[in-house]
Design a protein around this ligand. Structure first.
Ligand code: FES
Length: 308
């Protein structure tokens, strides 16, 4: 849907927040904390951004965008050219980072990862949940939404690593009570470090991560494999040089895609048969029967049957 940029605010020297509305002021589709939107610019760049406003505000969406040194185009365009009054195209919100039921919540964010975490904190505060939030940044002026974090009270804190040293995640996570769920968003180094602490969590606790960069992992060379789209009645040979998603699309079987890096979840495909090498950054169980067709492939020697 086309939306009009109604406000751009410089939250830090490198982060702008952008508020968007429908041109006629009509209500936007509802969302829950943790949701993101796919934003498409006039340049055709498409990226996912977490919603960081108030879900009760049905008139506008707010996202925040960090200036990226190695921008793939979207961040650079937004910082250099996007202005109030510009039109952007937004798919309705999707939530792959939903808050589940827990007896308590530890919310952790680093840098621009504050966006979904801030919305979660606000929601948990509004329902009287037991929660705590820590937002890490290198410098004091690198903390986006500092006023809004402060307004959440003493359950929310900021850790400036340039002043106090790197946030000791092992200690922070080691302090939680059984039944506390950890929700975290930040750069790969931050989320990867948290994942290594998963075995140390107390009983009944879990870690839920939102990534905006793929997990750093090594895989063997891409090999060709066979995939059958059972409902479409189409079988394709996926060459080493192409993704499953591209190959299916070339054969007339459309699979939605957005990030094409295995982080957004929009290309999820149910798997009926075959062994999958999950190369995405979303799957937590290697035996999962859903695969992300932009990056994941068949395991060596296996053919896949898909429910599409
Ligand atoms: S397109 Fe984003 S996970 Fe595949």
């Amino acid at each position: 849907m086309p939306l009009v940029v109604s406000e751009i605010v410089h939250e830090t020297p490198d982060i702008v927040s952008i508020r968007m509305r429908k041109a006629d002021g009509s209500p936007l589709p509802a969302w829950q904390p943790g949701a993101h939107v796919d934003l498409q610019l006039i340049t055709r760049h498409e990226r996912q951004y977490s919603l960081c406003g108030d879900p009760r505000d049905t008139a506008s969406y707010r996202i925040a965008v960090r200036r990226e040194e190695l921008s793939r185009g979207g961040s650079h365009y937004i910082h250099a050219f996007l202005r109030a009054g510009s039109t952007v195209w937004v798919r309705p919100p999707r939530n792959l980072f939903e808050l589940g039921d827990a007896s308590a919540y530890l919310l952790l964010a680093a840098g621009i990862g504050v966006t979904p975490i801030l919305a979660m904190a606000r929601h948990l505060a509004s329902i009287g949940a037991d929660w705590r939030m820590i937002v890490a940044a290198r410098t004091p002026d690198g903390v986006a939404f500092a006023d809004e974090i402060a307004a959440l009270g003493e359950r929310a804190s900021v850790h400036v690593s340039g002043e106090r040293g790197r946030l000791d995640l092992a200690t922070v996570v080691g302090d939680i009570a059984p039944g506390t769920d950890v929700y975290a968003c930040g750069p790969a180094a931050f989320t990867d470090a948290l994942l290594t602490l998963a075995p140390t969590l107390p009983e009944g606790s879990g870690i839920h991560l939102e990534r905006f960069e793929p997990r750093r992992r090594e895989f063997g060379p891409d090999e060709p494999f066979t995939a059958t789209a059972a409902r479409s009645g189409v079988t394709v040979e996926v060459p080493a040089s192409r993704s499953l998603r591209e190959t299916l699309e070339g054969a007339g079987v459309a699979v939605t895609g957005s990030c094409l890096r295995g982080v957004c979840g929009s290309c999820a495909v149910p798997v009926l048969d075959g062994a999958v090498e999950h190369r995405d950054s979303l799957t937590v169980d290697d035996d999962a029967r859903v695969m992300y067709a932009c990056v994941s492939r068949a395991r060596e020697g296996s053919a896949l049957v898909l429910d599409i």
